[in-house]
Design a protein around this ligand. Structure first.
Ligand code: ADP
Length: 345
């Protein structure tokens, strides 16, 4: 991946209108205090150039505050934000090499699509012909050339999102920051647009830092998932690492699809699809079926083990059909030792 910083008029190696200006981003113990509230508590994180990074966590865990400190829209109470070799703490947003794409897209309703995309170049003092040329290049990149003269209100949600993306990328940022960028879309379009975001991130080769509260979205998009809770990082890893080997009870519960099982004074995570059911008396612990939910491709079986632990088991429909169970049945439950992951206290 090219990391060199090149002038705005150079063609990038992949032949796009924009050069590749990827850079590493580093957060060194950044903290955000709003009066008494510590929204972000000494968060440290290194995001290598060209990474699709998702900040994932429940509402109020500090994701947006972290993003806004990177963008320069929020003062940093303590710690440093570094982009490449530069500490950007005191730089204004436009001088950081970051760009932000907002939830509502924040397009100017009275400006045409082309003028919306060219807007920040106008602010930067670029000549009219140059900025319209670059706006057109970006619109071509997001497949919106023929909509250049329309107003935002004359576009669909997905088209507005592409314009917002073109507008954010027109300044040739090293890092694109996205705050819940898909939340305004209906579920069908959301899945389509997230595939587009991923494709653009790969094509541009810069880092995207994407805030979301959706595990599914983070798993689908991210190279690096950062699970946050209460102003701190719980776990950083690839989607598979975070899902398959959650380190804490919080991550196991938040990612879903896991059972938290206390055994011998410790807590373990066991994926719902790794638990096996057998006839009572066979190897395993005794449990009573408390609920059976048909979900189409899978069947969810809720159980309570003899020691009182509630378990959720996901079975493929065919697997369930081989040995169906009903509420009130007694069964044996068990799992392979390798499917049990110890959780931090
Ligand atoms: P998230 O993006 O994960 O929902 P935020 O970063 O928006 O979380 O908020 C983290 C915490 O900081 C929350 O408790 C929120 O209420 C608080 N907070 C956010 N912005 C402000 C603000 N401008 N003033 C005071 N408290 C705020």
């Amino acid at each position: 991946m090219a990391v060199a910083s090149v002038g705005a008029n150079d063609a990038c190696p992949e032949g796009h209108a924009l050069p590749n200006r990827a850079a590493d981003l580093e957060l060194a113990a950044i903290t955000k205090a709003y009066g008494e509230t510590i929204a972000v508590d000494r968060v440290s994180l290194k995001i290598p150039a060209g990474t699709y990074c998702c900040l994932l966590g429940p509402s109020g865990c500090g994701k947006s505050s972290t993003l806004r400190m990177i963008a320069g829209h929020e003062f940093i109470s303590d710690g440093d934000v570094m982009i490449g070799d530069t500490v950007v703490n005191d730089l204004p947003p436009a001088k950081r090499g970051t760009a932000m794409m907002f939830q509502s897209y924040a397009l100017f309703p009275h400006l045409s699509v082309r003028e919306n995309v060219a807007f920040s170049l106008k602010m930067a003092g670029a000549a009219k012909a140059e900025r319209l040329k670059r706006a057109d290049d970006l619109l071509a990149l997001v497949d919106m050339t023929r909509y250049g003269d329309r107003l935002p209100a004359q576009l669909s949600g997905g088209q507005q999102q592409r314009v917002a993306l073109a507008r954010a990328l027109v300044t040739n940022p090293t890092v694109l920051l996205l705050d819940e960028p898909l939340s305004a879309l209906d579920p069908f379009l959301r899945i389509r647009m997230r595939a587009e975001l991923k494709r653009y991130q790969r094509e541009f080769g810069i880092s995207f830092i994407h805030v979301t509260h959706s595990q599914e979205e983070a798993m689908a998009l991210a190279d690096m998932v950062v699970v946050m809770n209460d102003g701190r990082i719980e776990q950083v890893g690839s989607p598979r690492e975070v899902f398959n080997a959650p380190k804490t009870v919080f991550v196991a519960k938040f990612m879903g699809g896991h059972n938290v099982v206390p055994e011998g004074g410790k807590s373990y995570a066991v994926r719902a699809d790794r638990i096996k059911l057998a006839r009572p008396g066979e190897a395993g612990a005794k449990a009573t079926v408390t609920d059976v939910e048909y979900q189409g491709m899978t069947v969810h079986v809720a159980l309570t083990r003899e020691d009182g632990t509630d378990l959720l088991v996901t079975l493929a429909e065919t697997e369930f059909d081989r040995a169906p169970v009903s509420v009130g049945d007694t069964v044996s439950v068990g799992w392979q030792p390798a499917d049990r992951h110890e959780l931090a206290a």
